[in-house]
Ligand binder design. Structure first.
Ligand code: ADP
Length: 320
């Protein structure tokens, strides 16, 4: 395949996850480190599938920052867009799913290094060499990272990259729900490919009925492909000319963390290989089947990065 570079922009951090299931953060006897951050996961997903990927973001010049930079390197993701802040520390999150089903989050961000990336620090040459520019995290919340985010999008677009967006809504991160909606919608009409989850669709439309009409109410003229992921029910796709759904694979799910990022990474690999799938329903359905397989495999192991599949793992699930 004559692939091209996928550049992913945004946050990379470490989630601390309790060593036992179903406890509150205060009750946790200990934590394990789970490196992540949606755009970084997508970059690693692309690389593990054999694609070419780079990550742009900022880390603290500390133990955790060095650990994350090493993970990118080990996974073959180009790190020439990575910068280190001299003062602020790497972003950390403590995350748990309590026995009552509620998620609890606690963040180290006051501010963390990822939010301090400036427009001047962007590696513009790297951005201009992207075939696909993918973004989507809380880097819109505060300056200077917000300006860096907007500039990177602009430069990528001018250089002819396809823009891909996943809002990755994690409400506790935003000051308020209305601000989250406003910030997401402020860049909504820029991307050519957008992936949302069913929950995000509900949140963004304010409509509990997440049907085709709800999805189409988010359509904009630059958009070529809108995807709605539905967990164990697969995904729905919308283009200007056709829409439909593709079923999920049945697997032994143990942890869904990273499934959406795995899905996006897989799809972007396919798009970089063959742009025409955005206009060809049969090819698009093939690509989404592959993306569903990658998402499914990612749910069969704990954590996000360790659970991202290779191409041969994905193909063996498809051909089973
Ligand atoms: P997000 O992580 O963005 O919420 P989803 O949880 O919907 O996204 O997962 C993305 C994709 O991963 C789904 O469209 C589906 O193909 C696959 N997937 C997720 N959960 C499961 C599951 N329990 N069984 C099989 N496939 C799954």
């Amino acid at each position: 395949a004559n692939a091209g570079l996928v550049v992913c922009f945004g946050e990379m951090l470490i989630d601390f996850v309790p060593t036992v299931a179903g406890v509150s953060l205060a009750e946790a006897p200990g934590f394990v480190k789970a490196p992540g951050g949606a755009p970084a996961n997508v970059a690693i997903a692309v690389s593990r599938l054999g694609g070419e990927a780079a990550f742009i973001g900022k880390l603290g010049d500390d133990e955790f920052g060095n650990m994350l930079a090493a993970i990118l390197k080990q996974n073959g993701v180009a790190a020439d867009g990575l910068t280190f802040d001299k003062g602020a520390r790497t972003a950390l999150a403590f995350v748990t799913l309590r026995a009552d089903g509620e998620r609890e989050f606690m963040f180290y961000r006051n501010p963390s290094a990822d939010m301090l990336l400036t427009p001047e620090e962007l590696n513009l040459e790297l951005i201009r060499s992207a075939k696909v520019f993918h973004y989507g995290s809380i880097s819109l919340i505060v300056e200077p990272c917000r300006s860096a985010h907007l500039k990177a999008m602009e430069v990528a677009k001018q250089a002819g990259a396809l823009l891909s967006y996943d809002p990755n809504l994690r409400l506790p991160l935003w000051p308020s729900a209305s601000e989250a909606r406003e910030q997401i919608m402020s860049i909504w009409d820029k991307a050519e490919v957008i992936k949302v989850s069913d929950n995000e669709l509900e949140f963004l439309t304010g409509n509990e009925n997440i049907d085709d009409a709800a999805a189409m109410s988010l359509w904009h003229p630059n958009l070529m492909l809108l995807l709605v992921t539905l967990g164990e029910n697969g995904c729905r796709y919308y283009t200007k000319n056709f829409h439909g759904s593709v079923n999920a694979f049945r697997v032994n799910t143990v942890d869904t963390t990273g499934a959406g990022d795995s899905f996006v990474g897989a799809l972007l690999c396919k798009i970089v290989d063959d742009h025409s799938l955005l206009k060809d329903e049969a090819k698009l359905r093939e690509a989404l089947k592959f993306a569903n397989a990658c998402g499914a495999i990612t749910t069969t192991k704990k954590g996000a990065i360790p659970a991202l599949p290779t191409e041969s793992e994905a193909l063996s699930l498809i051909n089973k």
